[in-house]
Design a protein around this ligand. Structure first.
Ligand code: ISJ
Length: 356
């Protein structure tokens, strides 16, 4: 005889009791891990361990519970666990409901105390002064390029990169009524406007597009004026009580923004790591060519090279380099050592697990 609704709900209650019991057993282990880390002065947030957990569970999941939900559930289990080890305060480039906020939630979950700050330099300062444990700042977008202010901050800061976050960026059109015919003006940050230009020309020709400081400010304006629409994130719709007129209006699919988690220590090696460093080369002929040799001859692959003007002296440039590997690996350490011979200075900004 098949089970009744009441039978099934009794089964679910019994399973939930077991899940709760297991969550508490897990939490007691985590508290013990926190004690060990305090004694050994180790970092609480271990991104490579978290990645290992997600990969192991989603790889072994027989279903029907979907892998995306496994990730979300464990995101919150780990977030709460981390807060049991130590209250986790994380500063990010605000205001609320921006993509930095979404990236911070993706990495740290809902149990961390998230602090929105006004500028990238304020995020660095909050972590340097120890008022926040970590900071989250954007560093590059797959269509718009590098966030130069973040790179510049590393010139005078001793903070280390502890993790990277890759966020897939989607833009939604939001308004108070959710009705196309009410929309007389569209507000957003210039970047999202540029990223949705073709869609806007096709669907809202002639409707004025207004640049504002952030997608969150745009959402706020749309919340106060029913004839205004905002291009912003899904999170902004929830936070500013707006309706979605149309989801995912970006012209370019595969639009990612990369964020860095900054803290006082870099991450331990996981086997699939990246290292970021900055250096100032000596002013000698052929130096640009030679600076890449230490990496090439050891088979260390470089994923990005960026130059920024050294503000203290005209026409001198600082280079930022991302490479595959952890600085504790001999090939990477030797290449960096050799690079020092061509440079006035070299600074390791951090080794951290590659985000997927
Ligand atoms: C428990 C640990 O600390 C944190 C919490 C984790 C968890 O809940 O599994 C995993 C990694 C750390 O960010 C750990 O390092 O193992």
């Amino acid at each position: 005889m098949s089970k009744t609704l009441a039978d099934l709900r009794r089964d679910i209650d019994a399973i939930d009791d077991q899940i709760l019991d297991l969550l508490n057993r897990r939490a007691r282990c985590v508290i013990e891990v926190g004690r060990l880390k305090t004694g050994e002065k180790r970092d609480f947030h271990v991104p490579n361990r978290e990645r290992e957990i997600y990969e192991r569970l989603t790889g072994a999941n027989p279903g029907p519970f979907p892998n995306e939900a496994v990730r979300s559930v464990f995101r919150e289990v780990i977030s709460a666990s981390l807060s049991l080890e130590s209250p986790m305060k994380v500063a990010f480039l605000g205001p609320k409901a921006t993509f930095s906020h979404l990236a911070t939630l993706q990495q740290f979950g809902l149990s961390a105390e998230l602090v929105p700050l006004k500028s990238i330099s304020a995020v660095f300062e909050e972590v340097e002064k120890g008022r926040a444990y970590y900071g989250v700042v954007p560093v590059e977008n797959s269509t718009e390029g590098v966030v130069s202010h973040t790179l510049d901050m590393f010139m005078d800061s001793e903070l280390k990169i502890n993790a990277e976050i890759l966020l897939e960026v989607h833009h939604d059109l939001l308004s108070r009524t959710g009705r196309v015919e009410d929309i007389k003006k569209i507000y957003s940050h210039p970047q999202p406007i540029a990223q949705c230009r073709n869609w806007l020309e096709e669907h809202f020709p002639g409707v004025p597009l207004v640049d504002v400081a952030s997608t969150a400010v745009a959402a706020q304006i749309a919340g106060e004026d029913y004839t205004a629409a905002a291009i912003a994130s899904e999170l902004a719709a929830t936070m500013y009580d707006l309706k979605v007129v149309r989801k995912r209006i970006e012209d370019q699919v595969n639009n990612f923004t990369r964020f860095l988690v900054i803290g006082k220590k870099m991450a331990e090696r996981c086997g699939d790591d990246k290292t970021s460093l900055m250096f100032l080369i000596k002013d000698e002929p052929g130096i640009l060519y030679r600076m890449l040799e230490p990496f090439a001859k050891r088979g260390v692959s470089l994923s990005k090279i960026e130059s920024r003007p050294l503000k203290k002296k005209a026409w001198e440039y600082i280079f930022f380099l991302d490479l595959a590997g952890h600085v504790s690996e001999p090939a990477v350490a030797e290449a960096v050592q050799e690079l020092k011979g061509y440079c006035q200075f070299v600074k390791i900004l951090g080794s951290y697990p590659r985000a997927k």
